[in-house]
Design a binder for this molecule. Structure first.
Ligand code: PEP
Ligand code: CO
Length: 396
């Protein structure tokens, strides 16, 4: 699945087939001349916050859209997302008793890895799959679905718009919401690398950058990229990860044992987390305690209802959170936080129970551009549950 690229030696999966490499080159040149989107000092501060979370002094809530849309980069929508973080923070503090580190899937979550390169439309036509607003359009139309490098400039501009609102909120005395996204489009990420204070490389596209479960191969370009930057970084680990590979990832990405540098986001699925996370932790041994552990109880629990909609059951999520917390504490580790797909909008994309999976199909308020998100009430329930589960790992 490697494709047209300009910069890399190592294999990179899930890269778009850009329609024009000349235009890509021009766009990357333009991006390289622009100011960095985030500052080194802010990334260093977040790294310190993550280190506190790793020690059990704070709880991480990382949440937001599966795929942000450019159209949602307005200040109004961004403020509603901040309000949702405020509500989730209150619930988390009440349940967990410690401060919250708030990290959005926000201000750059514009590119998605997809399981198939094309999508079959109802009329039988096949079009390239939607890969996020940074790559192509959501409308199922061949022209819109072309991978257009000019969209990378919009991704930068919309990220800057959202970051302005987040910065304004923090400067006004509000608790910060840090930015994070999956560092999937390597040319884009590389074009935004800027020097940090010590002359190292900062990925200036966002505060925390992560690599997904499909691009975490040790010898591939995404892990190389994370290794090369000084940001706090994260890797998603799913049920197919070999325990030895996790150990190698920890050695590669956190060679100095600096808590806060590396976050691992376990997204094993309700039925597999107990056994598989246990194997991962057993293999890691002492090294597991250098890592900030989050649980993503969503991506391993995706189901499809009878109407063909992707959905997830909140009951499965809370079960996975409990099992992840239990296994972590068995190995002397803390659950440091939770990673969720959420929206402040009153959507119906996830369901409460397995009965609802059948009873509530098709889901009426389904608006996600990609995976099913938790609405405000569901998100609060899951965060509260996770904060309690994390608290138990601190008192054992
Ligand atoms: C995501 O976070 O939207 C995603 C694609 O996750 P994962 O890498 O865990 O599959
Ligand atoms: Co997703």
């Amino acid at each position: 699945m490697s494709s047209t690229h300009l910069l890399r030696a190592a294999m990179a999966a899930h890269q778009p087939e850009w329609y024009s490499l000349d235009l890509l080159r021009t766009v990357l040149g333009e991006l390289a001349g622009r100011p960095g989107l985030v500052r080194p000092a802010a990334c260093a501060t977040l790294r310190g916050e993550l280190s506190r979370a790793g020690r059990g002094e704070a709880f991480v809530v990382q949440a937001g859209d599966c795929a942000e849309r450019f159209a949602d980069a307005s200040s109004g929508t961004t403020r509603r997302k901040i309000d949702q973080f405020d509500a989730l923070t209150a619930r988390s503090v009440a349940a967990g008793g410690i401060p919250v580190v708030r990290i959005g899937r926000i201000a750059g979550q514009y590119a998605k890895p997809r399981s198939t390169p094309t999508e079959q439309l109802a009329d039988g036509r096949s079009v390239p799959v939607y890969r996020g607003d940074a790559v192509n359009g959501e409308r199922p139309d061949p022209a819109d679905r072309r991978a257009d490098p000019a969209r990378l400039l919009d991704a930068y501009d919309r990220s800057a718009d959202v970051l302005d609102v987040l910065d304004g909120h923090a400067v006004g005395g509000g608790e910060p919401v840090w930015s994070s996204h999956e560092a999937l489009l390597l040319e884009y990420e590389e074009s935004l690398v800027r020097p940090d204070r010590e002359g190292g490389r900062l990925g200036s596209s966002g505060h925390l950058l992560w690599v997904g479960d499909r691009t975490r191969q040790l010898d591939h370009a995404h892990v190389d990229f994370l290794r090369s930057v000084r940001n706090p970084v994260a890797v998603k680990i799913g049920p197919s990860v070999a325990p030895g590979d996790v150990t190698a990832l920890v050695r590669a990405l956190d060679p100095q044992h600096e808590t806060g540098r590396l976050t691992l986001i376990a997204r094993m699925g309700r039925d597999r987390v107990r056994e598989h996370l246990d194997r991962v932790l057993a293999e890691l041994g002492e090294r597991a305690r250098d890592v900030v552990w989050l649980v993503d109880p969503m991506h391993g629990n995706t189901l499809v209802n009878r109407a063909g909609q992707k959905t997830r059951v909140v009951g499965d999520m809370v079960d996975e959170i409990d099992d992840a917390a239990g296994v972590l504490s068995t190995h002397g580790c803390l659950l440091a936080g939770v990673h969720l797909e959420t929206t402040p909008d009153p959507v119906a994309e996830c369901v409460a129970t397995h009965e609802d999976l059948v009873a509530r199909s098709p889901l009426p308020e389904y608006r996600s551009a990609c995976d099913p998100r938790l609405g405000p009430t569901q998100a609060a329930t899951v965060v509260e549950h996770a904060a309690r589960a994390a608290r138990r790992t601190r008192t054992i």
